[in-house]
Design a protein around this ligand. Structure first.
Ligand SMILES: *Cc1c(COP(=O)(O)O)cnc(C)c1O
Length: 374
C-alpha cells in the first residue's frame, strides 16, 4: 500500500512558489546573457556570500563534496597524511580525505550536541596528523574554541564542513569563520539550496583562495595559463543565479526553522521516550535537520509514515560502519556514533511547515507511545 504523504520531509515546491517571480526572472536573465560558465551571477554570488558570512573570499565549486576536496588540496593534504573527522557525518567528510591520498582518522561525537568531541581528539593525534575537519552536524556548530586550541597546540589546519550550517553561529562568528577554510554545499535540500549541484569554500586567507580558485579551474586563473594540474569544479551560472535570489531569504528561512524547533521542543516536552536536540550555549543552531533521539525508532518511523508523516534518518550507518571503513574494525571505539545511528530520527522542519503541521506531528508521536505502553 502506497502511503499518502500529508507532510513530506522537505517541500521545495512550496518554497519555489513563494519566490517564483524572482527565480524565473533571474534564470531568464542568465539565458539572455548566455554566460553559463563563470557568468556575472557567479561573481555576484561569491561576493555576496563572502560578505554575508564575514569572509574575505568565496570560491564557488560544483558541489559541497568538491568544496571539501578542494579545501584539503589547498591546505596541501596528501599521501601519508592523517586527517581527523567525526565518526558520524555524511560520507563526504571522510571520502574526500582518501581522495587526497590521505587517511581519515575517526573521532567520536559527543552525546549531547552530536558534534566532534574535543575530549577525544588528542588521543587520535599522531605525528602524521595534519588537519581536522569539524562538521557542524544538523546545523549545530562544533565546540570551535576547544577544537581551534587543539589545532594551534599541534599545528594542525582546520576545515569546517558547513554543508548543514549556513549562517549557524557560535558567539559572533558564523560557521566557516573559525577555521582556515569553510566548505559549503548548496545541494537542493540544504538550508540554502540550488536547483542542482553546487558548493563553495570560504576563507580569509588570500593565498589559499587563489590556490582553490586555480585548482577548481584546471589549475588556471586565466584561460590557457595552467600553472598546476587541477579539476573542473565550477558552479553553473544558472545555479548561482538561483542562489543569489535565495540568499536574500536565508536568514528568514533559518528563523522559521528555529521557531519550528522551539514549537517542537515545547510540544514534546515531558515525553520520556523522546530527547529533542540540545543547542550549544551562545550559539545559533539553524536546524538543517531536527534530530530527535527516540525509543523504538524504526517502529515510530513506520507509524508516522502510516499517518502521512515522512521522516528520515541521518544517518542509519555512522561512517565507521560504512563499507569503505568497516573493515578497520574500530566501531567499538565510537559508542556515541554507534548508539545515535540506532535511535536518531529526523522530523520535518522546513520553513513552510504550519503550526498545525507541527501539532499534528507531535500528536502522532505522543499517540505512538501511548499505544505502545498499553
Ligand atoms: C551535503 C553534505 C556534504 C556534501 O555536499 P554535496 O553538495 O552533496 O556534495 C558534505 N558534508 C555534509 C555534512 C553534508 O551534509
Amino acid at each position: 500500500m502506497a502511503d499518502l504523504i500529508k507532510i513530506p520531509f522537505t517541500n521545495l515546491k512550496a518554497q519555489y512558489e513563494s519566490i517564483r517571480n524572482e527565480i524565473d526572472s533571474a534564470l531568464t536573465s542568465t539565458f539572455q546573457l548566455f554566460d553559463f560558465s563563470k557568468g556575472q551571477a557567479v561573481t555576484d554570488f561569491e561576493r555576496s556570500f563572502a560578505t554575508v558570512v564575514g569572509a574575505t573570499d568565496c570560491v564557488s565549486t560544483a558541489s559541497g563534496t568538491d568544496a571539501l576536496f578542494i579545501a584539503l588540496k589547498s591546505l596541501g593534504i596528501g599521501s601519508g597524511d592523517e586527517v581527523i573527522t567525526p565518526a558520524m557525518s555524511w560520507i563526504s567528510s571522510a571520502e574526500t580525505i582518501s581522495l587526497c591520498g590521505a587517511r581519515p582518522v575517526f573521532v567520536d561525537i559527543d552525546d549531547i550536541y552530536y558534534t566532534l568531541d574535543p575530549a577525544r581528539i588528542e588521543e587520535a593525534i599522531t605525528s602524521k596528523t595534519r588537519a581536522i575537519i569539524a562538521v557542524h552536524l544538523y546545523g549545530q556548530v562544533c565546540d570551535m574554541n576547544a577544537i581551534r586550541s587543539l589545532c594551534t597546540k599541534y599545528g594542525l589546519s582546520l576545515i569546517e564542513d558547513c554543508a548543514q550550517a549556513h549562517l549557524s553561529k557560535l558567539g559572533d562568528t558564523y560557521a566557516g569563520g573559525y577555521g582556515d577554510v569553510g566548505a559549503f554545499s548548496f545541494y537542493p535540500t540544504k538550508n540554502l539550496g540550488a536547483y542542482g549541484e553546487a558548493g563553495c569554500i570560504i576563507t580569509s586567507n588570500r593565498e589559499l583562495a587563489l590556490f582553490a580558485r586555480r585548482f577548481a579551474n584546471h589549475g588556471a586563473l586565466q584561460r590557457h595559463d595552467h600553472e598546476i594540474e587541477g579539476i573542473n569544479s565550477r558552479i553553473d551560472t544558472l545555479q548561482a543565479a538561483v542562489l543569489n535570489v535565495k540568499l536574500r531569504y536565508l536568514e528568514g528561512w533559518n528563523s522559521k526553522r528555529i521557531s519550528n524547533a522551539l514549537v517542537y521542543a515545547d510540544l514534546l516536552f515531558g515525553l520520556d521516550e523522546v530527547v529533542p536536540p540540545a543547542v550549544r550555549l551562545n550559539s545559533v543552531h539553524t536546524f538543517h535537520i531536527y534530530a530527535i533521539r527516540c525509543r523504538e525508532r524504526d517502529r515510530l518511523k513506520s507509524f508516522l509514515l502510516q499517518q502521512g508523516i515522512q521522516t528520515l534518518v541521518h544517518y542509519p550507518k555512522a561512517l565507521i560502519n560504512l563499507n569503505p571503513y568497516r573493515s578497520w574494525g574500530q566501531s567499538a571505539r565510537f559508542p556515541v556514533a554507534a548508539a545515535l545511528q540506532q535511535n536518531v530520527l529526523s522530523l520535518p522542519i522546513y520553513p513552510e511547515l504550519s503550526e498545525s503541521d507541527l501539532h499534528f506531528i507531535a500528536e502522532k508521536i505522543k499517540a505512538f507511545y501511548r499505544k505502545s505502553s498499553e
